[in-house]
Design a protein around this ligand. Structure first.
Ligand SMILES: CC(C)(COP(=O)(O)OP(=O)(O)OC[C@H]1O[C@@H](n2cnc3c(N)ncnc32)[C@H](O)[C@@H]1OP(=O)(O)O)[C@@H](O)C(=O)NCCC(=O)NCCS
Length: 171
């Protein structure tokens, strides 16, 4: 998982996705530390050497113009009967609501379908994360089920909304 080399950058409409490099990390940590992102993203991820020492996912910096806008990551399940990939994303709150989230998800989804040969992708935002659910739906993800008690966040446990996208459904 997470070992596929990404040759070059992926271009979307207004974003470019490229592998995270050490120089990106301070900005990404800053974005991850904002309340708007932390409420949905596990702060336990913020360990020393994050994210370069963690190979559980492949991480791409989202760039718009000359600015780092956030990060998008994917992991792959290589079981031949159930081969699929999953996506997670965060965007700088200063840039929310401009379509960058859906652009980044669409761009990565196209890469996972066309270049890595996946036919199905999943994403599982918290069930109360209406912004993420709407952003994913705009790209074609459909809610397919609720995972009760999906994630532990600070002192509570909350449900997750499983959404999936087949290659024929990407918008
Ligand atoms: C989810 C996230 C990546 C979306 O990024 P973005 O660049 O703002 O996304 P977009 O601009 O492409 O789309 C956002 C959509 O949510 C809608 N939205 C914004 N606030 C909303 C709210 N409070 N309730 C419902 N929808 C909302 C916007 O109107 C827009 O939909 P529309 O264009 O159909 O009107 C960003 O909000 C984020 O980083 N959140 C924190 C981390 C997170 O939640 N990650 C997802 C975990 S998988």
């Amino acid at each position: 998982m997470g070992e596929v080399a990404l040759v070059g950058a992926l271009s979307g409409e207004s974003v470019m996705l490229r592998p995270v490099v050490a120089d990106d990390v301070p900005v990404l940590v800053h974005i991850m530390s904002t309340p708007e992102v932390r409420q949905w993203w596990d702060a336990a991820d913020l360990v020393d050497d994050w994210p370069l020492a963690d190979s559980s996912a492949t991480r791409l910096t989202i760039v718009t113009g000359r600015r780092i806008a956030g990060m998008i990551q994917y992991w792959e399940n290589e079981d031949p009967r159930d081969r699929h990939a999953g996506i997670e994303i965060f965007i700088d709150p200063d840039l929310h609501g401009r379509g960058l989230g859906r652009d980044a998800i669409r761009t990565l989804a196209r890469y996972l379908f066309d270049q890595l040969g996946h036919h199905r992708l999943v994403i599982d935002p918290a069930a109360t994360n209406e912004t993420a659910i709407r952003c994913c739906a705009a790209v074609g993800f459909r809610p397919v089920g609720m995972m009760h008690g999906r994630e532990r966040h600070t002192s509570s446990v909350r449900d997750g909304m499983v959404m999936d996208l087949l290659s024929t459904e990407l918008r």
